[in-house]
Structure formats: structure tokens, C-alpha cells
Design a protein around this ligand. Sequence first.
Ligand SMILES: O=C(O)CCC(=O)C(=O)O
Ligand SMILES: [Mn+2]
Length: 210
Amino acid sequence: MTTFNEYRISNIPNTDGTVNYYGKILLSSEEANRYFDLLMQNTQWEKDEVIIFGKRITTKRKVAWYGDRNFLYTYSNTTKQALPWTNELIDLKRKTELITNSQFNSCLLNLYHDGNEGMTWHSDDEKSLGKNTVIASLSFGAERKFSFKHRRTRQTISLLLENGSLLVMRGNTQSNWLHSLPLSSKINHPRINLTFRTIIDEPIHDTKLT
Ligand SMILES: O=C(O)CCC(=O)C(=O)O
Ligand SMILES: [Mn+2]
């Protein structure tokens, strides 16, 4: 395993995609803890439902989906409709946009109660994100390992995502690399992750759903 935390704004991986780890430069620890509490309290957390091998499974991990409009987002055979931004999500979106020089219209939130919850290998390659999308990932709470695996070579690269840190995936990263949040029995406190994204699908116009 290679750990890149000794670098700031490092490029991981640097072939077949671009992933930059900015470390904790986004927020001080106090600010990060304050956002953790606000996000915990003010987010409409729901258990996630995914269909794996034809079986509907309810995850322990909780999720939420917010956006500029009532975007629909489909992943792992489930569809969610975006809720309107909360104040803290707008704040964090602005800060992230300034640092990354990119614009986002939506955010997927994940709440992992402890190290028994994580995310298996996948890439964020849904059609609604388009090709070469920029995804900005903010982490709050428990520090967790995050891994990349090259689809063809199987090369694996891991780093630690710190409280208040920013990781950005750009270019053709999603076509060439999988990523995962591995489980760890040593971690006994929660982590919140925000991934700011850009949905390119048209919003739905059914007013009954707004
Ligand atoms: O929790 C994380 O850091 C990653 C979450 C993720 O990969 C996703 O929501 O697609
Ligand atoms: Mn992902």
C-alpha cells in the first residue's frame, strides 16, 4: 500500500485520470467539527436501498441527495430525487467551488456510523454525470482509508481522508479507476462524506413531485 498523506495537493493517481488530495486546507478542525454537527442534525438522512444480485438490501449506511433542482439520481438500481440545499451545504459548496475552480449542482451525502460501514469498489460513472466529470469529496469526522484500483492493471493506491479534507477526482478517473471505502473494525466513530457533483440530465417537471 502507498500512503500519500505526506504530500499536500498531491496527484493520486497520476495516470489515466487525475485525483488531487488537498488535505485539511479547506477547514480548521473546529470548523470541521461544527459542520459535522450541523450536517448530522440538519440532513434528511435515510437508509439506502440497493439491489445486489437481484436482492433489495437496506444498508446501515445512511444517505441523502441535495441539489439546485429536483434532479433524479439513479445508482445501484435506486433512484432519488434531490432535496433543496440546506445552509451548510450551500456554504460548503461555495468553499469547494472556490478551491476547485469548478461548479456543482448537486451533492450526495453518506453517513457511516463506524468502521463496519463502508463502500465497495465502484466508479461514479452514471450516465447522468457525463464523461470526465469533476467530483469533489469532503470528509468530516472519523479519518478513513480510501482506495483506488486501476480497472486494467489492478494497481491499488490508498490514502487517509482526514476530518475537514478535500479530495477531487477529475478527467477520465471514473473510466479507468474504481474507488472504495474499506471496512475497518478499529474505527468506532462516525464519518460524514459529501460528494459534490454535476448532473447533466434535465430536471423533472412534474410539479406534484416538487
Ligand atoms: O465516502 C466516501 O469517501 C466515498 C463515497 C463514494 O464513493 C460515493 O458516494 O460514491
Ligand atoms: Mn463513489
